[in-house]
Design a protein around this ligand. Structure first.
Ligand SMILES: Cc1ncc(COP(=O)(O)O)c(C=O)c1O
Length: 304
């Protein structure tokens, strides 16, 4: 990770190396903390955060779900992210990581009396699944881990605790020689990747599962808007693993992963084993949006 100059901590710009916490920080032990992953792109008109308001809203919704009282409002958190990007001299694309966490002072599971802290870090970050992956697609393993069940966890919250499941699935996929994991829900239908939502294309129809077992992905929403602009027929319905195997195209969407084609799933080649036509069309359109080249969606960018 590229170090930046400052991290925003509880209202103060703090030097990167001094942005530390106590070892008895509550979230570190019990996993109740909520975070976001937001990107800022170097556009022709300078650095711009993509869908800042939506990411910040989801951060506050995550806090609400997990019973954490944010000390900062939506507007204050948005301004903090802008201030942080202004104070760091970024030359390339940036990933922003706001975190609302339970701090030092209370131990034990009952968390309501723990102090609430907020940190926002940002650093220069390229493509998450590699430039080669964006171009030619990645190899994916269906995970042996079931996606967190809605019966016992709350996947609409981007909560740290939810990511043990993602982390183990990701490790397993890489350990088996793949690049990413695809997790099924507890009924065996496709849920999502370890940090992405999932789409397939069959006979010209774009299909993605409803968000009943996945994060409400902002990238997925953007791609669905673009599909609508192109008059691509869309179905939001459950997908089984065998339907993935016989799809014409498949891809992941996420802020980090952007729009990454999937070329192989569990030794089955998807389509003709490279980035599909519709995938490329939507990927190009997505990059036009985030780089401010599509007038219709310029309002989704916050210029720094
Ligand atoms: C589990 C999970 N699903 C899906 C996504 C994609 O969400 P978004 O497009 O809002 O980044 C992410 C990334 O934040 C994620 O962590």
């Amino acid at each position: 990770m590229e170090k930046a100059k400052y991290i925003w901590m509880d209202g103060k710009l703090t030097l990167w190396d001094e942005a530390n916490v106590h070892v008895l920080t509550h979230t570190l032990h019990y996993g109740n903390g909520v975070f976001e992953g937001t990107r800022a792109y170097q556009t022709k008109e300078g650095l711009a955060i993509f869908r800042l308001q939506d990411h910040t809203k989801r951060l506050l919704n995550s806090a609400k779900i997990t019973m954490i009282k944010s000390p900062y409002s939506q507007k204050e958190l948005e301004n903090a992210q802008i201030e942080l990007l202004k104070s760091n001299d970024f030359k390339s694309n940036v990933y922003i990581r706001p975190l609302i966490y339970l701090g030092y002072g209370v131990m034990g599971l009952y968390h309501i009396n723990a102090p609430v802290n907020v940190a926002i870090a940002a650093w220069e970050w390229g493509s998450y699944l590699g430039d080669e992956g964006l171009q030619n697609g990645i190899r994916v393993k269906i995970s042996s881990f079931t996606r967190n069940s809605v019966k016992s966890t709350m996947g609409k919250a981007k909560a740290a605790a939810n990511y043990l499941n993602s982390q183990m699935a990701k490790f397993e996929a890489i350990d088996c020689g793949y690049e990413e994991a695809l997790l099924l829900d507890d009924e065996g239908f496709v849920a999502e990747g370890s940090g992405e939502c999932f789409f397939i294309v069959r006979d010209g129809v774009l299909i993605t599962p409803p968000n009943d077992n996945s994060l409400e992905s902002i990238t997925q929403d953007t791609v669905l808007k673009l599909a609508n602009d192109f008059d691509i027929p869309v179905e939001r319905r459950r997908i089984t693993r065998d339907e993935v195997f016989i799809a014409d195209e498949a891809f992941f969407t996420g802020t980090a992963a952007e729009l990454t084609p999937v070329k192989e799933v569990d030794a089955r080649v998807i389509g003709d084993g490279k980035r599909g036509e519709m995938t490329k069309k939507l990927q190009d359109a997505y990059f036009d949006v985030v780089y401010g080249r599509n007038e219709k969606y310029k309002h989704l960018l916050t210029y720094i």
